[in-house]
Design a protein around this ligand. Sequence first.
Ligand code: PMP
Length: 394
Amino acid sequence: MLSNLKPQPADKILQLMQFYREDPRETKIDLGVGVYKDATGHTPIMRAIKAAEKQLWDEETTKSYTALSGDPAFGAAMKAMVLGDSVDHARVGAIATPGGTGAVRQALELAKLVDPETTVWTSNPTWPNHVSIIKFMKLNHAEYAYFDEASCTVDFDAMMDSLKALKAGDVVLLHGCCHNPTGANLTLEQYGLVADLIAEKGATALVDIAYQGFGDGLEEDAAATRLLASKLPELLVASSCSKNFGIYRERTGCLMAISETAEQTPVTQGTLNYLNRQNYSFPPDHGARLVSMILTDEALKADWMAELEEVRLGMLGLRQQLADELKRLTNSDRFDFIARHRGMFSRIGASPEEVLKMREDFGIYMVGDSRMNIAGLNAETVPLLAAAIAKTCK
Ligand code: PMP
């Protein structure tokens, strides 16, 4: 059997990390993989996570199974964090999943269960794993226009134009905030217009929110998801705790499915539990438990929010520094968009050749589509990057 396997294509970002490790230059800069790093290049464990882990070590008396949905306290805490009071929580089914990826996968499993012929729409571009999972599941895939390469902003007219082709039953995957890979986001008003169009066409929105708290603030970053939840009869929301709680390897995510009525919720929740059962049975608990401990304890929550805010403001400061430096070097406002982008990433509109040249000439490692991880920078490396961009990009 195994001898029939064909090699899978190597992950481009992991390959890039390998090249980075092999580069002997001391001035090299890693702007590749999507993990938050502090000014020293370290991915820290957040203070509240450490405190919750200590508390858990003292208090936890069993490692027996929780529930198929995961601990209901986690679902409740995530509904509050992501949805706020935009909908009656009695309308929301929720399951813990292995990371945000697990939540996206389970959302697509749910859509496939209802209609295997459904078409899933993703932005062009999107997080490559979206497309990869959709194709792996043999679902139909379509793309809607999103990013304007010349201005590095959202081409909203083109986006709406492509979504006019939506059919009833289609699924539209939207990034809730901090679009990956571009960093360019819809305004709240634009999200509202997209919601209206989705409702008019009888399609279903799936929001992937993996960076809540990394853009404009914890509440602000949830505003679009909440708007969609309040406007649409039904909504799927895949939320990740990997970045905002810094618990990447704990695999902590949550899929929320909002039904039109509370009467529908038991069937929706039962279906979500069923999907967990089929795919991995009980979801991982450790990270989910830390998250619900933090979100339900005033002191832990305040400390977590303060640290998350430091992280967010740190990245915003780097964005501003880079945009200012590029303004100075190029004597133009061409790169001002870097300060307006939000989240961990910016796609800067460099060609693959320019990306390669920056790697060869300056040891700057960004993804081939010119996505850079802002958190890979610090105040000392920003001028080096700015100089490389100014020298290389036409
Ligand atoms: N969605 C998007 C858009 C992402 O960028 C990521 C993380 N790279 C995820 C989902 C899921 O991340 P994880 O499975 O690590 O929680």
